[in-house]
Design a protein around this ligand. Structure first.
Ligand code: RI2
Length: 311
């Protein structure tokens, strides 16, 4: 269980971050737990897995990818008749989820890149592995593109994006978050990731995303979201609101920088309404945000996470 606690701490502290990565990290931890626990009987193993699942789910509240990933690994745990069967099922589920998640990132790169034109200047926010998969794929196809990356306060994931793109040769310029409206006049497309997509098509992503969407709408610049289908939230279909994580105010300003009576808030995600979103690039194709309900129903109804729909 130590490793599970360590995994949860990696996610909580953002040593491992990004909605897709945290889902894979948690899935691997459950798979490893099942692999290691050869000596437990069925009930002991089941209890341990359920405890591990709950520890992992408590690590970060907003990205539904974590929840969907953990649910995918735990699928069918109640049906196993022996501990061997349970172990096998969890290991198989974990490997399948990780594999599917990595494949989805590549598929989104392929599909999304078809909408990028030679000469495009793309604005991206934070650090989304799927949005970057689209950009890198378009660049590998020989398209002459340029990226404007926002700093993304307070964690400055824009620096990670800038380094990552520059390493593969994509021309990239970093701007502060408040320079987005200034920059928008020369942008051809905004490309962002998602932590959660609700059944009404609202996209929950890094704080500041909804402001960028507003600016893009005003400037008539396409606003495109890149997200694997496990970022759509079945929980929102049953009316559950998406919890917006609020992190330590010290990430925004240190205690010694301000008088003690000043309150500092640090919400790290916001919701962009569907009317600001042109389309969502998923591994099953481009979908309008209003089709989110359909994606969720398919996921729920057909154990969607385990289908090979992108081949
Ligand atoms: P991928 C990140 O959250 C950002 O909000 C990013 O847009 C989103 O996850 C999706 O990332 P954080 O972990 O799954 O930096 O596309 O808070 O990599």
């Amino acid at each position: 269980m130590d490793k599970v606690v360590e995994t949860a701490e990696d996610i909580r502290s953002m040593r491992v971050r990004g909605a897709g990565r945290i889902a894979r990290h948690a899935a691997r931890a459950l798979g490893d737990l099942a692999r290691e626990r050869e000596n437990l009987d069925l009930e002991e193993l089941r209890d341990e897995l359920i405890r591990a699942r709950d520890i992992l789910l408590r690590s970060r509240p907003t990205a539904v990818s974590l929840w969907n990933g953990v649910q995918a690994v735990m699928r069918g745990e109640g049906e196993a008749l022996t501990s061997g069967e349970l172990r096998e099922r969890i290991i198989e589920n974990a490997d399948a989820f990780v594999e599917r998640s990595e494949r989805a990132t590549r598929s989104i790169g392929e599909i999304g890149s078809r909408r990028i034109n030679d000469g495009d200047r793309i604005l991206t926010h934070c650090n989304s592995s799927v949005a970057l998969s689209v950009i890198k794929t378009a660049f590998e196809q020989g398209k002459d593109i340029e990226v404007i990356a926002t700093e993304s306060r307070p964690w400055k994931q824009g620096l990670i994006t800038s380094r990552e793109l520059s390493e593969v040769g994509v021309p990239v310029t970093l701007i502060v978050d408040s320079a987005v409206r200034w920059a928008m006049k020369d942008i051809d497309m905004v490309l962002v990731g998602a932590d959660t997509i609700s059944s009404n098509g609202a996209v929950i992503n890094k704080i500041g995303t909804s402001q960028i969407a507003l600016v893009a709408q005003e400037a008539r610049v396409p606003f495109v979201v890149c997200a694997e289908t496990y970022k759509f939230s079945p929980r929102t279909l049953s009316g559950e609101p998406v919890e917006i994580e609020e992190r330590d105010p010290a990430e925004v300003a240190g205690a010694d920088e301000l008088p003690p009576e000043v309150k500092v808030l640090n919400p790290v995600f916001d919701a962009t309404p569907p009317e600001y979103i042109d389309y969502i690039v998923t591994e099953i194709g481009l979908i309008p945000p209003y089709a989110s309900y359909e994606v969720i129903v398919r996921m729920l109804g057909q154990e969607y996470l385990f289908e090979d729909t992108d081949e």
